[in-house]
Design a protein around this ligand. Structure first.
Ligand SMILES: [Fe+2]
Ligand SMILES: [Fe+2]
Ligand SMILES: [Fe+2]
Ligand SMILES: [Fe+2]
Length: 405
């Protein structure tokens, strides 16, 4: 059990989430934070309960979590033909995103909030839901999302504010409910609202407006929440479609083999779910490159464990598992990255994930090779043991556990 504010956890993890949209889909930086902030401010004005705002912020941060490989391919194709691609125009991201968050421990009824986050008040959205039949939370997320995409709220100046206000008033009863328009016009009078939206202040602004709800969360619930992120990570590149997911399963099998207690098993799975979180911040131009990477590209891709660490180390209670997750590219002889840690600084669970991450990658198909057999994989791992890169004992245990699968 941990006593935490899940919104803060989501915000820490979303640091890299916003990169996906920025990189592939060309929306603004800090998009999900900005949408969360706008929705939360309006909900506050409209008198929503803290529990509702707590769930609203969670949904807003995760509103575009349904980005999948298929959409990324569409984006890549559009880029090739120099066309603009807007993820927000793909209906499926709403249904997939809704399904992905099924296991999130919400406090209130948030049925279909993500599914309907592109419904317009007049029924002109993807699903044609109309007026007050659209959940209020969806309406607020839609409002923030629409405006940030249309006006790019990270750059605010006086004339833009006036333009936005005019647009919004014209959209009462069309795109937006009149009461939301009314609330916005009031909130917009505070200059702080606009200042808060800039990249420099959004982080601070959202934190001080979050509902202060801490609750007991079990490690099992945390595992389920981090699975949402592992799906987002795996979906980013076609080379890694099941990488984090399959790694987490293998880590669990090994943890059971070592008879670890239930909490440690779950913490190890969380570490596996999130180990490549920082890859969200790496451009697909590099991640999806079918041929060998050049030195300067390797330099960039290797930054991902550093980014994972930036996110995870902000989370109270994640201290140990942050080490296990973020040391996965270190090597026992100090030749790894990002720190070049040596043997003595790498604990057992870090070494375990180091080995399994390599083993998992070898089992996966790549554009330039098939997935390897267990035997081939083992021979590569054993060579690495001889070169003093990874832990020999663990490698033999990996053989023991997976030889017949
Ligand atoms: Fe969306
Ligand atoms: Fe969005
Ligand atoms: Fe990695
Ligand atoms: Fe990995």
């Amino acid at each position: 059990m941990m006593n935490i504010n899940l919104n803060e956890l989501l915000l820490s993890l979303s640091y890299t989430l916003d990169f996906v949209e920025m990189d592939v889909l060309g929306v603004t930086s800090n998009h999900s934070k900005r949408v969360a902030y706008i929705a939360n401010r309006l909900a506050l004005f409209l008198g929503s309960h803290p529990e509702e705002r707590y769930d609203l912020v969670a949904c807003a941060i995760l509103h575009d979590n349904g980005v999948t490989k298929y959409m990324l391919e569409m984006a890549a194709r559009a880029k090739k033909h120099k066309k603009k691609f807007v993820l927000e125009n793909v209906k499926e991201h709403c249904t997939i995103g809704q399904k992905n968050i099924e296991n999130y421990p919400f406090l209130t009824d948030v049925r279909d909030v993500i599914k309907y986050h592109h419904e317009a008040y007049d029924g002109s959205g993807f699903f044609g839901v109309k007026g007050m039949e659209i959940p209020m939370m969806s309406q607020l997320i839609f409002f923030g999302d629409y405006l940030d995409n249309k006006f790019n709220f990270k750059l605010i100046h006086y004339n833009k504010i006036k333009q936005v206000e005019q647009f919004i008033q014209e959209q009462a009863n069309k795109l937006f409910a009149p009461e939301i328009v009314e609330a916005f016009m009031q909130v917009s009078q505070q200059s702080s609202f606009w200042l808060d939206l800039s990249d420099n202040f959004i982080e601070y602004a959202i934190k001080y407006t979050l509902p202060e709800i801490k609750r007991e969360v079990t490690w099992c619930e945390l595992q389920q929440i981090t699975e949402i992120f592992s799906r987002i990570i795996d979906n980013k590149s076609e080379f890694t479609l099941r990488h984090s997911h399959d790694l987490a399963n293998k880590v669990e099998k090994m943890a059971r083999y070592y008879k670890k207690d239930e909490i440690e098993v779950l913490q190890l799975k969380i570490a596996a779910n999130l180990h490549d979180l920082g890859k969200l911040a790496i451009s697909n131009e590099i991640l999806d490159k079918p041929d060998r990477l050049k030195e300067d590209e390797l330099y960039l891709i290797r930054q991902h464990t550093y980014f994972s660490r930036i996110c995870l180390s902000q989370i109270e209670g994640f201290e140990e598992l942050t080490e296990w997750a973020c040391n996965h590219h270190e090597k026992l002889d100090g030749s790894g990255y990002p720190f070049g840690l040596k043997k003595d600084a790498l604990d057992f669970n870090s070494r375990l994930i180091m080995c399994l991450d390599i083993y998992q990658a070898l089992m996966e198909e790549r554009p330039y090779r098939e997935g390897l057999s267990h035997e081939k994989g083992m021979s590569i791992l054993r060579d690495m043991v001889d070169a003093q890169l990874i832990d020999g004992g663990i490698v033999e245990d990996v053989h023991d556990v997976f030889k017949s699968s």
